[in-house]
Design a protein around this ligand. Structure first.
Ligand code: GLP
Length: 250
């Protein structure tokens, strides 16, 4: 894993956006794997800014998103399709017919998941996958489990994830309890992975994921096995990781 230390959230966002931007410049028709959550917002804001300045062209890029709440329509302001439209797609020149988010309104979960996997396959796989990190180590919505799920699947969200995400909803009862998410295998097949984290509340889980044992109990720990992972994290998020690493190295 390549570690890029950032000072704070803004610095993390700029560094992550630089990596995505390099990918788009080097391969204009690349497939970007995109993520939602509060962490990537600043990264997307930089990409939008650079696009508006004329430095970044998304016209040939296609994208695939990690996950979507089951049962939320695209125009619901908490759906991940809506998030992507507002925070990136509507503000850059990406062809939105080439942006894929699992279909939260497809009631048949097998169909929704198979379709998403087929799309990734047809696109020839993901060049660069951006990931955030859940407080319990989830990536996408791959929650702690007894085994690593492979392809896109339907998950029951854990109570801690429902609580963490309730800040975006009027009340906790409105948070969907299920989601469609790309599996660990789909994520691990990406050529490059860029994981971003900011803030002290991610410090424990970063240390666990990157220094602890590889276990489905901490889904992000599988990234230790990926040949091309870059972690961009700020000082607060790295505090426990750096301390434990220096203790391990004696
Ligand atoms: C959600 C998303 C994840 C995201 C995680 C962390 O549950 N499904 O993809 O990485 O939250 O979110 P945040 O970036 O807001 O900490």
């Amino acid at each position: 894993m390549q570690l890029i230390q950032a000072k704070d959230y803004d610095d993390m966002s700029r560094k992550a956006a630089n990596i995505i931007s390099a990918q788009v410049i080097m391969k204009p028709d690349c497939v970007l794997g995109l993520a939602t959550g509060s962490t990537p917002l600043g990264t997307y804001a930089n990409l939008i800014d650079w696009h508006k300045k004329g430095d970044l062209d998304f016209s040939k890029v296609s994208s695939v998103n990690l996950d979507e709440y089951r049962g939320l329509p695209a125009d619901n302001d908490q759906s991940y399709r809506y998030f992507m439209k507002t925070n990136l797609f509507d503000q850059v020149n990406i062809d939105q017919s080439k942006t894929y988010v699992p279909d939260g309104m497809e009631p048949d979960s097998d169909t929704a998941c198979r379709n998403h996997d087929n799309i990734i396959k047809e696109m020839g796989g993901i060049d660069l996958q951006l990931l955030g990190l859940g407080l319990n180590g989830h990536i996408g919505f791959n929650e702690p489990a007894s085994e690593f799920p492979k392809g896109t699947h339907c998950v029951d969200l854990t109570q801690s994830t429902i609580e963490a995400n309730s800040r975006f909803f009027a009340s906790i009862d409105e948070v969907p309890t299920q989601a469609y998410t790309m599996g660990i295998q789909s994520i691990m097949l990406a050529n490059k992975i860029l994981i971003i984290a900011s803030g002290a509340n991610k410090a424990e889980i970063i240390a666990k994921a990157f220094l602890g044992p590889v276990t489905p109990e901490v889904p992000a720990s599988i990234l230790q096995m990926h040949p091309d992972v870059t972690l961009v994290a700020d000082e607060a998020a790295l505090s426990v990781y750096l301390k434990q690493k220096s203790e391990m190295e004696g």
